[in-house]
Ligand binder design. Structure first.
Ligand code: ADP
Length: 403
């Protein structure tokens, strides 16, 4: 019997999960799925590692999250193929100033994570309610929180401070950085694919529905475009990205907007959607012939290029660039436009490699090599979870066999 790890990435209305079979300390995904429509019409869907459909199950609208978790666990236990579920690892957006590494969750940890809800009001509550629901459904199952902020723990004072009065910084109003699980995975993969690049100065571009850049030196994050919340930096699918704070004051004072209205505007109605008026989905913008769709894409490229320049300046040079996440991994057009604008840095794109989506998409003589590395945050959660639990959890089955 081998160990299995469950990973959970819980959002406002959906909960994505993956199950990993662990052999020799290496997690291999065996099935994945999600419960969508939580709070409205929940549906559990799942596929195996080949993408073959395994389940589609609907629930009553009023089904509680813990009842859904109980059912999910029962379904997973039935499909473990003899493996033994030893732990669940959760993506938790904010670890604040206290959690710089994955941590096993107990009552005290949960209370501390609750206190961070105001720092990530749209994400943290859902991450934590999944932990609570799973604890109710399976009280004995160890749960590990894996933080999106943790990878950025080494940022120096200048990279983590806003130019605000000191007491606000001390109270936690500082730049944290997010997408850390993705960057941790990409950094590991780059070290495997191109160690000579990974040991240098690298900017990684996580371009998906949420988008950010991370400056890394020898695999360690030194700066990020994301700050206090997941609103900062690049424009995103529906989020505005970095914005003159004076705009927020103006919207309050001249347009009478309150916090709720601003939250909806800045998180849900801005970004690619707000500018294009067409869609928050990059694929729709590429297919649209509306000039506003083109403007939204041009703005996105402009800000990506501008921020790569800023992070290269933080690093004092650039030895490599990495694209990841939905748009970064799959839009050859976006990558071609960004690379064309970076030709002054010595980026020389190989169009055929770019059309094939990499992994390396530049010519051998390109001064800055550019890579496409598909991210896998769930695998990173599984690895983090194993690291927290081992040796006790991973040795448990053999102890059972021995007794
Ligand atoms: P998240 O996990 O944050 O929801 P993803 O990393 O899946 O986001 O990225 C979603 C984005 O990727 C969307 O804007 C979508 O349009 C874009 N995307 C997905 N597939 C493609 C593709 N084949 N070509 C261009 N963009 C794509």
């Amino acid at each position: 019997m081998s160990d299995a790890i469950l990973t959970i990435n819980a959002g406002s209305s959906s909960c994505k999960f993956e199950v990993f079979h662990v052999a020799g300390g290496v997690p291999e995904m065996t099935l994945r799925g999600q419960i969508s429509g939580i709070g409205t019409n929940p549906v559990l869907t799942a596929k195996d590692d080949h993408g073959t459909f395994m389940a589609e199950q609907s629930y009553d609208a009023g089904t509680s999250q813990s009842a859904l978790m109980r059912d999910l666990l029962a379904w997973i236990e039935d499909h473990l193929g003899g493996d033994h579920l030893v732990a669940a690892g959760h993506r938790v957006v904010h670890g604040g100033r206290r959690f710089f590494a994955p941590v096993k969750v107990d009552g005290a940890v949960l209370a501390e994570l609750e206190a961070l809800v105001p720092l990530a009001p749209l994400h943290q509550p859902h991450n934590l309610s999944a932990i609570r629901a799973l604890a109710e459904a399976h009280p004995g199952l160890p749960q590990v929180a894996c933080f999106d902020t943790a990878f950025h723990k080494d940022h120096d004072d200048a990279a983590s401070r806003f130019a605000l009065p000191r007491e606000l910084h001390e109270s936690g109003i500082r730049r944290y950085g997010f997408h850390g699980l993705s960057y941790a995975y990409v950094s590991r993969e780059l070290a495997r694919l191109a160690p000579e690049v990974a040991s240098g100065k690298v900017v990684a571009c996580h371009l998906g529905s949420g988008a950010s850049l991370c400056a890394m030196e020898n695999g360690v994050s030194v700066d990020s475009t994301m700050g206090f919340t997941a609103l900062d930096g690049l424009p995103m699918g529906t989020r505005c990205g970095a914005l003159d704070a004076g705009v927020v004051l103006h919207l309050m004072q001249a347009h009478g907007m309150d916090a709720k209205g601003l939250e909806t505007l800045l998180y849900k109605k801005s970004g690619l959607l707000g500018v294009s008026g067409v869609s928050n989905d990059w694929r729709d913008l590429e297919l649209s012939d509306k000039p506003e769709a083109r403007q939204a894409m041009d703005l996105f490229v402009h800000r990506v290029v501008q921020n790569i320049g800023a992070l290269a300046a933080t690093l004092g040079g650039l030895d490599g660039l990495v694209f990841t996440a939905g748009i970064g991994e799959r839009s050859a057009r976006l990558r071609a436009e960004v690379c064309r604008r970076l030709s002054w840095m010595g980026v020389v794109l190989c169009p055929s490699a770019n059309d094939r989506h990499g992994p390396c998409i530049t010519r051998p003589h390109s001064r800055v090599p550019v890579w496409v590395i598909p991210t896998d945050e769930e695998r990173m959660i599984a690895l983090d979870t194993l690291a927290v639990l081992s040796p006790p959890a991973t040795t448990k089955p053999s102890l059972e066999l021995a007794s």
